[in-house]
Write a protein that binds this ligand. Structure first.
Ligand code: ADP
Ligand code: MG
Length: 682
């Protein structure tokens, strides 16, 4: 059986005007295993084109190409790549070594790509070192191609072709750029490769070279004119390819998960390669990374600072939490006897007016009366605090709504509210001043209002809180169940007129406030006046404004990150055109389109991750520095270490998005490159 068989092979190049230029015309050729075959013809006759087709690098031909009895037209891109990687070795006139890789790395190139029978890395190195010895390249393994003579470079490329023990060697004018002495040596190497059973096809325009082969195919204008057997050079028995040649076994149908796995596997195996190429273009990589560093640092610090500022500003203005509404209702003193009203309003009734609010307005998640009594005194075991103490009556929702945290003990239970329990939750300063050495929970304190004193049991202590309002002393407050509070004070003060309402996160507090106002106005007509606290309105507006401000900052930061991403795309696109030839060489030695694509993606994701990590650090230092600076300027701001998870995750996500997006265009461009054009480019 013939090893290579061409039947009615036709091939045309399509020029940029869309014209087809026929290059190979109706070729029929059989090459047997173990042959040393010369294809001899003048320049421009289509020899290289023929070689690329036999080498599975060009597939837009008509007719059949069979290798070892299998029609390669049915092979997938990956199968063809494996076929090249395992069974075909190329030797080119211009050597086509990777200029920035050492001799050893150049020889090892075929081992970078997947094969049917993966060898260990060390086995490949051993093999490469053996070839270096055999081909007389001792002591050169760490040299770069430009430090070698032409003859030496060609020997490196032969070693590369032999690394995976290919049975077919395709040499395109292997001696075309060499002097006679080196030509001779190279021919001897190719002949000895043939003597060990390999099939060698040598393309040449030189009859002297052709004379040294078993068989000469005379080629002219894309046609075979004559095939001459060289009687002096009988063919040796060749290796049989079919034992090892089983590309068809490779699965072609893969599901998405397999594809993803493959991306990851190929991706990881390409990381050293990507690092190498970044190192080779150090200053350019660093400058490009700078764009990403700035972008990521900006995204992280802008979003963090934005939300930090927002929270601090709102906190300092909101005596209550941010999503709360202060709501007031008063009887209308100017109500005329002639005014028709449905129901006359005196004060809010808990069950009739306030409990239904949660049902009517689903945005409402908490309601509490807010009753206040000024100038109270509180005493315990002979100690007394007699100024600035205030008591407040609330429901069980009251403390959570006011955003007050309890550090010792518990909040009121609905039971305390319902049964008017004589219990209280005290502010931090009261705790400090009255309970130096005693646990406060369970102790009875005496609270004195203007003309009334009562005892109540402490059930909790509030976390310390600051306020920027002069009169507000949050640490000297005593919270009581409003039902109990009603019993301690005069009838007027015991009526519910002030209410705090909490809306769920994301709801528009001022809008809900307006709706609640309209709801009560409908219910009580002119008999009452309802009002929304001015703080609530201000905070709602400020909240909106500050959120917008944060989004704006983030958007500006994102733009700078996008600019960084464009920098990467640009660098990679430049590198695609610069590495035109490299891509061609890689494909010739077994890179699939897929691995070329992954290589570019890995490179861009790697740059982005490296730059991103630096950017995150820089961003962190930036915003902590800004916060530190602000604490120096604004007296009641305290320094803190913050990690804003939203900002952090947004930054990390954008690093990867930018990495993949900026690698995609170059990756697709690199993948589409025609090998033959890539190899022809200088
Ligand atoms: P040889 O190796 O025998 O010198 P080639 O196979 O390199 O010949 O080229 C065969 C013919 O195809 C030449 O005439 C060349 O000009 C033409 N050719 C090569 N590449 C292209 C291309 N990309 N587009 C159009 N014509 C091409
Ligand atoms: Mg040529």
């Amino acid at each position: 059986m013939s090893l290579i068989r061409l039947r009615n092979l036709n091939f045309s190049y399509r020029t940029s005007d869309g014209e087809d230029v026929p290059v190979l015309k109706n070729l029929n050729l059989e090459v047997h295993s173990g042959e040393l075959l010369a294809i001899q013809g003048p320049s421009g006759s289509g020899k290289s084109t023929l070689l690329y087709i036999i080498g599975c690098l060009l597939n837009s031909y008509q007719g059949d190409v069979e290798i070892s009895g299998q029609n390669i037209a049915s092979f997938s891109d990956e199968q063809l790549a494996i076929l090249r990687n395992q069974h075909i070795g190329f030797v080119f006139q211009q050597f086509h070594l990777l200029p920035k890789a050492t001799v050893l790395d150049n020889i090892l190139l075929p081992s970078q790509y997947p094969s049917e029978t993966p060898k260990s890395f060390y086995a490949s190195i051993e093999r490469a070192e053996k070839l270096i010895d055999e081909l007389g390249l001792q002591g050169r393994s760490h040299h770069f191609p430009n430090q070698l003579s032409g003859g030496q470079q060609q020997r490196v490329s032969i070693a590369r072709a032999l690394l995976n023990d290919a049975q077919i060697i395709l040499a395109d004018e292997p001696t075309g750029s060499l002097d006679t002495h080196n030509s001779k040596q190279i021919m001897e190497l190719l002949k000895s490769a043939n003597k060990t059973g390999r099939t060698v096809i040598i393309i040449t325009h030189d009859p002297e070279i052709a004379q040294q082969c078993n068989k000469v195919v005379h080629f002219r204008d894309g046609e075979i004119k004559e095939i001459v057997d060289n009687k002096k050079m009988p063919t040796v028995l060749g290796q049989n390819l079919s034992d090892t040649f089983s590309c068809q076994k490779i699965e072609t149908n893969r599901n998405r998960w397999d594809l993803f796995n493959r991306y990851i596997r190929v991706g990881i195996s390409l990381i050293p390669l990507a690092l190498q190429s970044l190192k080779q273009n150090k200053s350019r990589s660093i400058l490009t990374m700078l764009g990403i560093v700035i972008g990521v640092a900006a995204v992280l610090s802008m979003i963090t600072i934005g939300s930090f500022t927002k929270n601090r500003i709102l906190e300092s203005y909101a005596e209550m939490g941010v999503n709360t509404i202060m709501f007031y209702g008063f009887p209308n003193w100017e109500l005329k006897a002639t005014d028709q009203v449905p129901v006359v309003f005196q004060s809010f009734n808990w069950n009739r007016d306030l409990v239904p609010l949660k049902k009517v307005f689903p945005e409402v998640i908490g309601i509490s009366p807010m009753m206040r009594s000024w100038d109270n005194k509180i005493s315990y075991a002979g100690k007394i605090i007699d100024s600035d103490v205030r008591s407040l009556g609330v429901s069980a929702d009251g403390l959570p709504i006011a955003n007050r945290k309890i550090i010792i003990g518990n909040n009121f239970s609905p039971f305390h509210i319902e049964y008017r329990s004589a219990v209280c939750v005290i502010g931090f300063e009261i705790y400090q001043r009255l309970f130096m050495n005693v646990s406060p929970v369970g102790q009875i304190v005496t609270v004195s209002q203007r003309d009334y004193s009562f005892g109540c049991r402490v059930i909790g202590v509030l976390e310390s809180q600051t306020s920027n309002k002069e009169w507000s002393k949050p640490n000297l407050q005593i919270y009581l169940p409003y039902t109990f509070f009603q019993g301690t004070t005069d009838p007027w003060a015991s009526q519910i007129r002030d209410v705090v309402i909490q809306v769920r996160d994301g709801a528009d507090a001022s809008l809900v406030g307006k709706k609640i106002k309209a709801f009560f106005e409908m219910k009580y007509g002119k008999s009452a006046r309802f009002d929304i606290g001015s703080d609530s309105k201000l905070i709602a507006q400020m909240n909106k404004f500050l959120s917008l401000f944060t989004i704006l900052l983030a958007a500006i930061a994102m733009v700078s990150l996008a600019v960084g991403g464009i920098g990467i795309t640009n660098m990679m696109l430049v590198s695609v055109s610069e590495r035109f030839k490299e891509i061609g060489i890689r494909k010739a030695f077994g890179a699939t389109n897929f691995s070329i694509r992954v290589q570019y993606l890995v490179e861009s994701v790697l740059i982005c991750s490296l730059a991103g990590a630096i950017g995150l650090t820089v961003g962190f230092i930036l915003y902590e520095g800004a916060i530190y600076g602000a604490t120096k300027l604004i007296s009641n701001l305290t320094f803190e270490w913050i990690i804003d998870l939203t900002a952090l995750s947004l930054s990390i996500i954008s690093i990867f998005v930018v990495g993949v997006l900026s690698g995609l265009t170059p990756a697709l461009k690199a993948e589409k490159l025609q090998v033959i054009e890539a190899l022809r480019s200088e």
